[in-house]
Design a protein around this ligand. Structure first.
Ligand code: GAP
Length: 511
């Protein structure tokens, strides 16, 4: 299956099985805004929970807050978003379509990178177990040429971004002969800057209304609450404040499904540290966040770090954890060493002292900040797209299965009476009653058992518990594993023990 077909399958499966719907669909939809359905909401909540447990519950020096979406407009002046939260835009004169100039160039680089990944997969297949990826990448002439080309482009690209040189960005698009994906023409306008924040108004009358912004990141809600949280929690540096919440950006290139949305959710954590220790914490959080991703078992090869060439106005080091999405490696999470930029700036704009008093050294200082910031919707897409598998079976048939990490599956257990008679539904409901206190469960008695298994496979339910005539006699049931399709007859208690062991958070989150 080609990458495009695979991605189309992801989108259609997400809709067909109640995971993600286009927002306002009956009114022809709203571009780059999506709703989560009954199964998508469960998956999303499980991702949030997995993040919160790792970041907050397991760290006694990190707390969780929930700040408002609407904030004082001065906050966005202090944070730099009013002046610098811009994207460089370019229009194609023939198709009249608007693009982000940087994304056109990044997509061009991605295409070259995809060629590299293809060469690597081909070689991996050819050499099997003896394949040495590092050696291959550093000696294969085609890959060396591709990599040289990428670094030549990146040099010009990062210089243009660094200097905000919009003419140089346009020239690079022309030099690379990038064509409009719609019209195919290379007839481009000049590049212009465009601010991404959504404006809104607070107040009843037009004269007194105050211009506000919908927050473009959750981070600022943490910074402006730094003193409140530190004083009421009495936490000592180093400590962190985490937050999950909605963010809004008027994205120009709004495509790739839930990858780039106009309303999305972030899971952010700001870690407040002593100035001078930022390099050490940057390395620690990079390692910790990658380990969190790897704990889900989607495959080490699907992640890589990408160091930022152009640093944001607030950062002294930054990188992305990129994931191998159906359309190639793209940013999933950002790790930023934000210095004392935000707290210092809020101190200036609010005229309030924002300092930390260190009782050990008897000194007062502005903490430095290490940020981890992941898009919940992107994490959803990463998990969903890697878990969706078309599997050929031994008997020649095939099945569609969502092999979610079991800990994240929307429903954990399906209880299925083999037949809709002979007291099997009644016993099944009794068994369901026993499991539903611990797990999100589903009961299904419609259709033949084989079809019901397929339905649960397509929803990613890890365990199907089948209740048959023998169950009436000895209270044993059959547990079918989603991934192996193996069935085992066990007592209800043994099934409970097995599921409890397999979903034990400790075995997932110990890294
Ligand atoms: N506080 C830092 C910050 O907001 P960012 O790199 O702009 O940094 C962090 O965003 C993460 O938020 C990204 O790594 C991405 O996962 C997610 N994200 C950003 N824009 C998004 C969008 N338009 N749609 C979905 N997720 C987005």
């Amino acid at each position: 299956m080609s990458k495009e077909d695979k991605f189309k399958k992801v989108i259609s499966h997400a809709k067909e099985y109640g995971f993600v719907f286009q927002s306002s669909e009956i009114y022809d939809g709203l571009s780059a805004v999506y709703d989560y359905g009954q199964n998508g909401t469960d998956l999303k909540n499980n991702i949030k929970d997995y993040w919160l447990k790792a970041m907050v519950q397991l760290n006694d020096n990190i707390v969780n807050i929930d700040s408002a979406i609407l904030m004082h407009p001065k906050i966005w002046k202090a944070s730099g978003h009013v002046d610098a939260f811009n994207d460089p835009l370019i229009d194609n004169k023939d198709s009249k379509k608007r693009y982000r100039a940087d994304v056109l160039i990044e997509d061009y680089i991605s295409k070259i990178d995809n060629k590299i990944q293809k060469e690597i997969s081909k070689a991996k297949k050819k050499f099997g177990e003896n394949f040495d990826k590092e050696q291959f990448v550093s000696t294969n002439s085609r890959i060396l040429n591709y990599n040289n080309k990428i670094s030549d482009i990146n040099k010009v690209f990062s210089e243009a971004l660094e200097k905000d040189d919009l003419k140089a960005l346009k020239k690079l698009i022309e030099d690379l002969e990038i064509a409009c994906p719609v019209s195919g023409s290379k007839n481009w306008t000049d590049v212009k800057q465009f601010n991404l924040m959504f404006g809104t108004k607070l107040g009843a009358s037009a004269e007194s209304a105050m211009d506000l912004y919908l927050r473009p990141e959750t981070a600022q809600g943490i910074f402006v609450n730094f003193l409140n949280v530190q004083k009421t929690s009495r936490l000592k540096i180093p400590f962190g404040i985490a937050q999950i919440g909605k963010a809004f950006r008027n994205e120009i290139v709004a495509r790739q499904f839930i990858f780039r949305m106009r309303e999305f959710e972030q899971m952010e954590m700001q870690f407040f540290i002593k100035p001078g220790t930022q390099q050490e914490w940057y390395a620690k959080w990079k390692e910790n966040r990658l380990a969190w991703h790897l704990s889900l078992g989607l495959g080490e090869d699907n992640y890589r770090f990408h160091d930022h060439d152009k640093l944001a106005h607030y950062a002294d080091a930054a990188c992305d954890i990129e994931f191998n999405f159906p359309f190639g490696f793209k940013e999933l999470e950002g790790i930023h060493s934000r210095t004392d930029f935000d707290l210092t700036s809020h101190e200036k704009f609010s005229s309030k002292k924002i300092k930390y008093f260190d009782t050990l050294s008897n000194e007062s200082f502005t903490p430095y900040v290490l940020e981890t910031s992941i898009g919940l919707d992107r994490m959803f897409l990463a998990i969903f797209s890697k878990s969706l598998i078309e599997e050929k079976l031994e008997d020649g048939s095939s099945r569609t299965v969502l092999k979610f990490p079991k800990i994240l599956a929307p429903k954990k257990v399906a209880v299925l009476p083999l037949l809709k008679k002979d007291g099997l539904p009644e016993l099944s409901k009794q068994i369901l009653e026993e499991f539903k206190w611990d797990y999100n469960c589903v009961y299904d008695e419609k259709d033949a058992i084989g079809r019901r298994y397929r339905r649960q496979d397509a929803l990613g339910t890890p365990y199907c518990l089948t209740v048959d005539h023998q169950s009436l006699e000895d209270r044993t049931i059959t547990i079918r594993d989603r991934d192996t399709m193996k069935q085992q007859r066990l007592t209800v208690q043994e099934v409970k023990n097995k599921i409890k062991t397999e979903l034990d958070l400790k075995s997932w989150l110990t890294f």
